[in-house]
Design a binder for this molecule. Sequence first.
Ligand code: XUL
Ligand code: CO
Length: 440
Amino acid sequence: MAKSSYFPNVPAKIPFDPKAKKGALAFKHYDENKVVEGRSMRHWLRFAVCYWHTFRGTGSDPFGPGTMLRPWDDGSDSLKNALSRVDVAFDFISRLGAPYYCFHDRDVAPEGANLAKSNKNLDAVAEKLKEAQAKTGIKLLWGTANLFSNPRFMHGAATSCNADVFAYSAAQVKKAIEVTNELGGENYVFWGGREGYMNLFNTDMKRELDHLAKFMHMAHDHAKKIGFKGQFLFEPKPKEPTKHQYDYDAAACLNFIRANGLEGIVKLNIETNHATLAGHTMMHELEYASIQGALGSIDANTGDLLLGWDTDQFPTDIYLTTQCMLVIMKQGGLAPGGVNFDAKVRRESFEPLDLFYAHVGGMDAFARGLKIAAAIRKEGILSDLVKQRYSSYDAGIGKQIEDGKVGFAELEKYMLAKGNADPNASGRQELIENIINEYL
Ligand code: XUL
Ligand code: CO
């Protein structure tokens, strides 16, 4: 296969060229070596291309079949097709200049007639992925297993009522962790494809959740056994495909992690449109995870607020990326996690070139978010406002509360003597929003 032939009008490496004309295939903001707060943009952002949407997405929706033009793909689910797709994928990622990629086992290799055959297919593709990684320097951010597409997972995987399906899922995840390890993957993600319920009348919720916890412990035990040093990540999503997913949001996932002795073992992979579907902002989910030391990685995308489903569009909103970067920078970055574009081009954008426009736009949007967040942090106006807002806890009774020096009795004595609370100060919400806009 002539590698370059599928992207004839795309340079071997998309340049950083802020002076390029509008709409040119060039980064206007993502300058991978530019140092921001002591670290290069490449290291802050740790961009990853996801294999499933970018190389396996067809553009199908509930109303019609796929529309994507992928001239390298013969449309079959053969091993040969999977192997030649690897060349195109790495050619694409190299031209883009993203340092990482992510995959599900069944995106990269076809499912066989039984588990042994599926494993053999995966081994064959993994060997080729390993060669491609060595040749290009592109690394694996995370691997995961697809435990939702095959009809066997109709009732879930680790939470299936069918113990054989639990066993099958365990075997599949064992293999996926081994392949991730073999490819030097820096993380391993659990997204509960169908780990939830449609109807509580036929569901033993307690047993299902216990099984899910057992499953994660088994995964951890196996990771230790094979020397996998990567970070485990749990990805919250409130619904889709089931009515209620057990991994609803960051709070539900952290509760599950703590209730089952998985703290220190599993962190979170927060996805923008999953946050939206849960009725939260991305910033809320990131902050909630981060303050508890559990923000591991992000799936960068966005939903369409006028469509009710998980559209997984590429992020273009600078306000959103600024919010993301404010939280990420506050915790000192995401490593070993990164910014994975779990995003797809829309079905009207069916040409290979659209994949480049989508990723360049997403990367530039995050690079701008990074620069804006750095500027906000540098001047410190926002952090000073927040510090000032809570300054009543820096001394006097507030400090005693935080230091655990007083209880209800002491606080009652204090307030009886004082008679009333000090007056409140304005939250200055509009002012703060105006200040943020001054940086955009
Ligand atoms: C599904 C989703 C997944 C996970 C990996 O909504 O986000 O692609 O990121 O299984
Ligand atoms: Co995701």
